[in-house]
Design a binder for this molecule. Sequence first.
Ligand SMILES: [Fe+2]
Length: 258
Amino acid sequence: MLSVVEVSANDFLVGIETDYLFLWVSMDNKFSESNQVKVVSSFNELISMRFQGENNAVCWFRDLKGDFSEIVSKLQAKDDITDISIQDLLILPLSEEGVIARDIIINDLNLLQDLGALPVLNLIKSYARDEELGFISTDVYSYHVDRSAEDTDTFLCTYHGAASDIIANHQAEKKVLIPEIRQKLEALYDGPDEGFESFLSEYFFDLHYQPKLGATSINLDTGHLWKLAVDHPGQSALPCIHRAPLENQGEYRLLLIC
Ligand SMILES: [Fe+2]
């Protein structure tokens, strides 16, 4: 059942009700003020929205009902990053609120799978750190863009725990173009000049960005399903610069990503 419950100049609320699921969508939210972010109110809009100009992130804005923390507390972490299957979710003994959360996650996974995407649900304690060089890091805690040879986008939703950040392209610079960093990479590189750019890309140095002084990031928050632009040959918009957050002490993250 689709019900429009309130319409005003600044606020447009739509509720979608099913047996287990109740979603609220507010078009009046903190993301609306950003040129980088377009906010939509349905999955269909999310997938059909094309990136344009400064816009390289689309948010299906949702205030999810259900208890996602219950799911996290009942899942078994096997490693720093544990892949959680639908079967793993289905065997959890859950309260009514937990069941609502589980149905939302499974619904999201199915929506993306039906598109031909390969979403994974990760229970995350922490990601691996790249501290080898010190002056540049290529781990996911560093601002970076995703690159793909195929025409694809990144989708992600944080259901529980700290959420990722994005930053506008004009507020960051490629680390490999910062003179001090580039000089150190040149010193590290042992090969012909014409191979230097390939070296930067082979070790993913060219994907990483440094926020400019005074830059403001946007936190993606929990519950919303995001589509971010990826660096690939068919993409007209700039790729979306993002990073994984530092996890909150003692708290696992539950993240859908593909
Ligand atoms: Fe990424």
